[in-house]
Design a protein around this ligand. Structure first.
Ligand code: URA
Ligand code: SF4
Length: 205
């Protein structure tokens, strides 16, 4: 059976999952990537933040959300009054998917097959951390967490019922906010991210 399941140790805590992840061959994305990017933050956090996949910087450093999107996320969490100690940060897909353009590696959105292949890791993390609230950053994360497609604009900022009784808040991906060309649009999207993280913080309290 394709997918990560056979590499995911059963009933494992977060350190054991992170230690097992480098061996994963659940899809083809491991081969061109530098390394697996697992998670960061507290395994006892009340809030789990789920991104899409590591970016170029994350692939090189082995840590999620250390690049520009991570900086925006850190600022938004602080403005929302959510302490870094209260969050565990991970991605729906644990290897960087990219296309090479000369010396540059350009992000390529993971396919549904990659999200599905990598899902056993996310499920194991959620079982280990047992957060009160999961924040899905963007459509890829929302699909992984909820198990079906949603339109971010339709559901963002609502407190949804996710699998196994966990509350889910869907919001925009910080990288998508950074890509907005118009400054006023960007400010508005940033304020909405802060509002949604504030909602998540309240739902976790
Ligand atoms: N974007 C993501 O979705 N995850 C990261 O870790 C970095 C950027
Ligand atoms: Fe395994 Fe996920 Fe990496 Fe694919 S992306 S090899 S399923 S860890």
């Amino acid at each position: 059976r394709p997918g990560a399941q056979q590499w995911v140790p059963p009933d494992a805590d977060v350190p054991a999952l992170a230690a097992a992840a480098p061996a994963c061959r659940g899809c083809e994305l491991w081969a061109p990537a530098t390394q697996v990017v697992f998670s960061s933050g507290s395994p006892r956090a009340a809030i789990v933040l789920v991104g899409e996949q590591p970016g170029d910087r994350e692939d090189r450093e082995g840590e999620p959300f250390v690049g520009p999107a991570g900086r925006l996320l850190d600022e938004a969490l602080e403005e929302a009054g959510v302490a870094r100690d209260d969050v565990y940060v991970t991605n729906a897909v644990k290897h960087f998917r990219f296309v090479e353009r000369g010396p540059r590696r350009l992000h390529k959105t993971p396919a549904v097959a990659h999200i599905r292949a990598c899902l056993p890791w996310l499920e194991a993390e959620l079982a280990a951390v047992r957060p009160r609230v999961v924040v899905a950053l963007g459509a890829t994360a929302a699909r992984a967490v909820l198990g079906h497609d949603v339109t971010v604009g339709d559901v963002r900022g609502q407190v949804l019922d996710g699998p196994a009784g966990v509350r889910v808040v869907v919001t925009a991906h910080p990288a998508a906010i950074l890509r907005l060309r118009d400054r006023a649009d960007r400010e508005e999207a940033r304020a909405a991210l802060v509002a949604d993280l504030t909602t998540a913080g309240r739902a976790a309290a």
